[in-house]
Write a protein that binds this ligand. Structure first.
Ligand SMILES: [Zn+2]
Length: 399
C-alpha cells in the first residue's frame, strides 16, 4: 500500500536529493513544492511535486511542511508519582539537586506494574501526538534488582531504545555503602536488566557517581552487551564528558558546564554526540549549554527532552527546539536537525531522523508552511498529522 503526500510547501529530508537510497541522515536539507511517496513502512521517493509518481492513495498537504518525526534520545518515563510541589518550591527559590530523585524512587517502588505501564503509555501517546516517532526510555527510579528489572521490561514493551540506568543515584539504603551499590549495579542488577536493554547509562555528577564508578559501570554494561551513554556535566564541571568519550559512548547528555578540553574531546571523538536538554535549564532556571561553542568546534549536537518528573516534565520536542533557537542561538535549521537527525546519531540509528529513500516512513505534517514555525510560534499545537512506519497514527485521518 503506497501513499503520495503532495503539494508539500517544505519537505525537510536531511538527505541528498535524488539519491537512489540513503543509508543514514545527512546534513539539513529541504525541498520546496515537493512530494514524498511512502511504500509500506518506508520512504520510496522524494522530489518535486510535478514529477511525483502515482500511488495507491494521495494526501494533499496544501502547502504545509513535512518533516522527519522527532527522535527524542533522552527520556525517563518509567516512574510513579509527580513532583509539582517541588517545581513550585524551586521556582520560589530552592535549588535543584540530584537528591530529589529519591522521592520518585519511593513512589515507583510502591507502584504496581500496571500503574507504571499506564503512566508510560500515557506519556508515549502524548509524545506521539507531538510528533515524536522514536524515543529512548531509561530505568532508574527502581534502584533495586526487582524494580529496575521490571522498569526495563515495561519500557521494552513500548520502545526498542531502552536504557538501564541503575546508576541514577545511590538509593537511601546504600547511603553509607556507595561501593556496595556500584557492585549491585555492575553485578546482579545488570545481569537481570541486560536482556531488556540496549544501552547502559550513568549519572556522572557530584552527588551521584564519580569518574571511577562511572567507568566501572559502563565497562560492566559493555561486557553484558550494552552500549554506553552518560549524564555528563549537568550541574557543574566534572569528568562526565571525558568518561563518555573514553568509553566511546553514543552520547554525552546535558553538557551544560564544559571546559575547552571537554569540547575538544567531543569534537575529536569518533561519534560521541553532545545531547543538549534545554527543557531542563528552563525548568530548573539554570544557565543553558553553549550550543554555538559546540557547533563551532564541529561537535554533533542532538536535542532531546529529558522528560522526567523532577528536573523537566515536558515531553514536547517543539518546545525544546524553540528553546534551542531562542535561548541557545541555534538556527531553526540546526535545531530541527538536532531534534531529528541528531537524535538518530545519539541512538546510532540510520533508519530514522531523515526522509531519504529507504528510511522508515516516520514523518510529521505541520499546520504551517515551514519548520521555522516550531520556534516562531512556541507553545502552539502545530502537528497536523503523524505517520509512523508508514501508518498515520495521529491527525485527522488517524483512527
Ligand atoms: Zn536524564
Amino acid at each position: 500500500m503506497s501513499v503520495l503526500i503532495t503539494n508539500v510547501g517544505e519537505l525537510v529530508t536531511n538527505a541528498p536529493v535524488d539519491a537512489v537510497s540513503v543509508a543514514s541522515p545527512g546534513p539539513f536539507a529541504a525541498l520546496s513544492d515537493a512530494a514524498i511517496v511512502l511504500d509500506g513502512a518506508k520512504v520510496a521517493w522524494t522530489g518535486p511535486a510535478a514529477r511525483a509518481p502515482a500511488a495507491d492513495s494521495r494526501v494533499d498537504a496544501a502547502g504545509r511542511a513535512v518533516l522527519p518525526g522527532f527522535v527524542d534520545s533522552h527520556a525517563h518515563l518509567v516512574f510513579a508519582g509527580e513532583r509539582g510541589a517541588e517545581f513550585a518550591a524551586r521556582m520560589a527559590g530552592r535549588p535543584y539537586s540530584a537528591g530529589g530523585i529519591r522521592s520518585t524512587v519511593a513512589a515507583t517502588r510502591a507502584a504496581t506494574d500496571d500503574q507504571l505501564r499506564a503512566n508510560l503509555t500515557r506519556l508515549a501517546t502524548e509524545m506521539l501526538k507531538q510528533g515524536t516517532t522514536t524515543f529512548e526510555c531509561k530505568s532508574g527510579y527502581g534502584l533495586t534488582v526487582k524494580d529496575e528489572t521490571r522498569s526495563v521490561a515495561i519500557a521494552a514493551d513500548i520502545t526498542p531504545e531502552v536504557t538501564y540506568l541503575g546508576a541514577h543515584v545511590v538509593p537511601a539504603e546504600f547511603e553509607n555503602d556507595a561501593a556496595g551499590y556500584v557492585d549491585l549495579v555492575c553485578g546482579p542488577m545488570l545481569a537481570a536488566c541486560a536482556p531488556s536493554a540496549r544501552w547502559v547509562d550513568v549519572f556522572c555528577e557530584r552527588g551521584a557517581f564519580g569518574a571511577d564508578e562511572a567507568r566501572a559501570i559502563l565497562r560492566a554494561g559493555e561486557s553484558a552487551g550494552l552500549q554506553a551513554r552518560v549524564h555528563a556535566n549537568q550541574l557543574g564541571p566534572g569528568p562526565g564528558v571525558q568518561v563518555a568519550v573514553e568509553a566511546e559512548a553514543a552520547s554525552a547528555d546535558h553538557c551544560t558546564f564544559l571546559t575547552d578540553a571537554d569540547v575538544d574531546a567531543l569534537a575529536a571523538s569518533g561519534g560521541t554526540v553532545a545531547t543538549l536538554l534545554p527543557g531542563v535549564e528552563f525548568s530548573t532556571r539554570q544557565p543553558y549549554p553553549d550550543a554555538r561553542r559546540l557547533l563551532s568546534a564541529g561537535v554533533t549536537v542532538a536535542i532531546a527532552t529529558d522528560c522526567n518528573p523532577g528536573s523537566c516534565f515536558t515531553s514536547s520536542m517543539p518546545l525544546c527546539m524553540a528553546l534551542a533557537v531562542r535561548e541557545m542561538r541555534m538556527t531553526t535549521e540546526e535545531a530541527l536537525w538536532a531534534a531529528t537527525a541528531g537524535g538518530a546519531h545519539a541512538l546510532r540509528r540510520t533508519d530514522v531522523g531523515h526522509l531519504g529513500t529507504g528510511a522508515r516512513a516516520d514523518l510529521i505534517m505541520l499546520d504551517a508552511p515551514s519548520h521555522a514555525y516550531l520556534a516562531y510560534r512556541p507553545g502552539v499545537p502545530q502537528i497536523a498529522g503523524v505517520w509512523r512506519g508508514g501508518e498515520m497514527v495521529a491527525g485527522p485521518a488517524a483512527g
